[in-house]
Each structure stands twice: as structure tokens, then as C-alpha cells.
Design a protein around this ligand. Sequence first.
Ligand code: AMP
Length: 129
Amino acid sequence: MATIFSRIVKGEIPCYKIAEDDRFFAFMDINPVAKGHTLVIPKREDDYIFNLEDDEIGGMMVFAKKVAKAIEKAVPCKRIGVAVIGLEVPHAHIHLIPITQESDMDFKKHVKMSEEEFIEVQKRIVENL
Ligand code: AMP
């Protein structure tokens, strides 16, 4: 069965899309740790990031870099933090999180965002790509 992220790529489940190319896809995390929290995934399903081939994991990081640069410009922050957890959704993904201090990467804390806010932040990130 397709993962929830594959269904997002296919457009079967809605998302706040940020970017895509032939191999990768970026969209906003629905339960963000910080405003601008974005996920980058390979379109090809694989449960575990460190099972990806060198070329695929390398390509995903280059794709994530472009997205991170856009988030950096769109959201006030010092850096974009990068995390891989992967315990919830069995489809490899990288978390990109705008941070100003270490504690901003706390996955036990979440920020509430209204639909309007998601759309506004999405728009700002996309404009900066
Ligand atoms: P993890 O697998 O532990 O790295 O966590 C999966 C992440 O995917 C969590 O941060 C969720 O909030 C996020 N997530 C799960 N379902 C969706 C969805 N439908 N749209 C956007 N983000 C999602």
C-alpha cells in the first residue's frame, strides 16, 4: 500500500506544496515544530533514508538545500535545522526547520498554524525559491 507521502505526491491527499522535480518533493509539515517546517522526500518510496542509493540521497540533499535557502528568506530565523526521524511515516524524509536557538528543534513542542497562516508561509517560501 502506498505511504501517505506517496499519496500526497500523487495529489490524492492535499498538502501545502513547496517544490518538486522529477525525483523529489517538498511540502509543509502539517504538525510543525516551527513556522516554515518543511519536509523533503524522494518520490520513490523507501522506508529508510540510509537505504537510499548514494545518488538519490545526494540528490535529495541538493534539492533540500534549495528549499532551505528559500525558507531562510521567507521566515525570520538564524539557520535551517535539519533532522531525520522517520519513526512515524515509513517513507524517507528530511525535516527542514527554521531555528534561532537549539531549543527550536524540540519535536515535543508544536506551533499552531491556521490554514491562512499555512497558505501565507507557503506563498512566501515559494516566492523565494
Ligand atoms: P517522523 O516520521 O517521525 O519523521 O514524522 C513524520 C512527520 O510527518 C511528522 O512531523 C508529521 O507531522 C508529518 N506528517 C504526517 N502526515 C502528514 C501530512 N499528511 N502532511 C504533512 N505532514 C505530515
